[in-house]
Design a protein around this ligand. Sequence first.
Ligand SMILES: *[C@@H]1O[C@H](CO)[C@@H](O)[C@H](O)[C@H]1NC(C)=O
Ligand SMILES: *[C@@H]1O[C@H](CO)[C@@H](O)[C@H](O)[C@H]1NC(C)=O
Ligand SMILES: *[C@@H]1O[C@H](CO)[C@@H](O)[C@H](O)[C@H]1NC(C)=O
Ligand SMILES: *[C@@H]1O[C@H](CO)[C@@H](O)[C@H](O)[C@H]1NC(C)=O
Ligand SMILES: *[C@@H]1O[C@H](CO)[C@@H](O)[C@H](O)[C@H]1NC(C)=O
Length: 396
Amino acid sequence: MCCGMTWKAMAGALLLTLNLILLGWGAEGQGNGRDKKEVPGSSTVYLGQNTHDWRPLIHTTVNLSQIGSIKSSFQFRTFDPEGLVFYGDTKNGDDWFVLSLKDGVPLMQINKEGVLISVAGTPRLNDGKWHTMEVSNQGKFVILEVDGTGGLVVGMHSKQIEEVIHGKLRLSLGGMLIGKEKMIVQFNPKMDGCVRKGNWLNLTVPWVAEADELQPCYENIQPGSYFPGTGFAIFNTSDFQIDEDHGVRIELWGDFSQMDGTLLSIKADGEELVFSVVADNNTKDFTFTSREEVLTMKNTFKRLQIKFQKDSLRVVKHEDESSADFSVSAGSNTSYLSAWRDGHLAIGGLLGENDDDVGSKFLTGCLEKIQVQGKDLDLDSARVKHVSVSSHSCPA
Ligand SMILES: *[C@@H]1O[C@H](CO)[C@@H](O)[C@H](O)[C@H]1NC(C)=O
Ligand SMILES: *[C@@H]1O[C@H](CO)[C@@H](O)[C@H](O)[C@H]1NC(C)=O
Ligand SMILES: *[C@@H]1O[C@H](CO)[C@@H](O)[C@H](O)[C@H]1NC(C)=O
Ligand SMILES: *[C@@H]1O[C@H](CO)[C@@H](O)[C@H](O)[C@H]1NC(C)=O
Ligand SMILES: *[C@@H]1O[C@H](CO)[C@@H](O)[C@H](O)[C@H]1NC(C)=O
């Protein structure tokens, strides 16, 4: 192998390529004249399919003069506490409405005639059940009803507000048509959720889908992060608070014996892999690989804890009543924490196994819970997450 490029530059280039591949650039947005696919507004739409954080997954435009109803309703299901659901605007985006979820409850943000309003409130929606949502505009009020009862009501009155009856109205799902900087309350737009049975202002005009095919929603879901074996999620380890004295703790929950592939891997930029855990569905074994040792053990348990310390690495498996562990000491040249200062943590895949292969041995299975330093890890906040990985739900 030759040497024009430093390791660091190479790793950087790989990560950039990876970003581009995972985000699906190159395939889209080229304006290649491809006819966009039309779908009915009542389609079942998996919002987690969206690869462009703020851009809509499906959208439609109608003349305001065509509108015969002031009500839109749809069903919505998620375990995700935060993300964008539905957007509507008039006057080419000067007046707009955004419905999202934050901390599990609905959040409406509205801009009308330059007046910005945000309102959030009960009920909590991220319980994995189908909820019927109804948004209507009644005189001076915008009303959000959930399951037939009043959720949120916003009243707005200004001498300047006059009813707009000309021009166009735009609607979108999973993204919006204005800049995110216009929001009063910032939020992460990624939503692992599903919308179905939409009735949008009683209109029958088709919507335009940005994706070639709308990904179906799972029939039944349970909480967790699901990896179908085609991609992974990568975090920048500097995003985590680490404590040099107490080390770093990662915990995973799930039925490991039903999984196949890499649960996690850690790698510092420009260095070889520090640690990985790989499950084998045939042998029902875990393989732990550190720089010093490769260890194999049965994986018929449900909770795994890994503690990284400066000079050692400790793996604890928790069974019903008992726990068992083993430790690996770092070689004289290794500090297990160095990868945590300047490196990457991958969930569901193996980092940088060889130069042109940025991810491999992808996980198939459901991680019911992932914690770093005792806090739930939200895959929606990963630096890169493959679109096939669902952050808050597994098929049940
Ligand atoms: C919408 O309005 C424009 C002009 O105002 C008109 O040309 C167009 O045909 C209308 N579209 C529909 C679907 O009515
Ligand atoms: C909705 O549209 C249908 C037919 O397109 C019509 O029969 C119905 O009365 C409309 N409902 C409202 C509330 O406008
Ligand atoms: C990781 O994050 C830190 C701080 O946010 C940043 O300085 C660094 O460039 C990031 N590393 C990579 C490889 O993105
Ligand atoms: C695990 O193996 C069983 C039996 O061979 C198979 O049915 C199942 O799909 C496999 N699961 C995964 C995640 O590979
Ligand atoms: C530690 O580093 C030194 C110099 O960099 C090298 O000669 C030695 O082989 C390394 N030892 C191990 C165990 O990697």
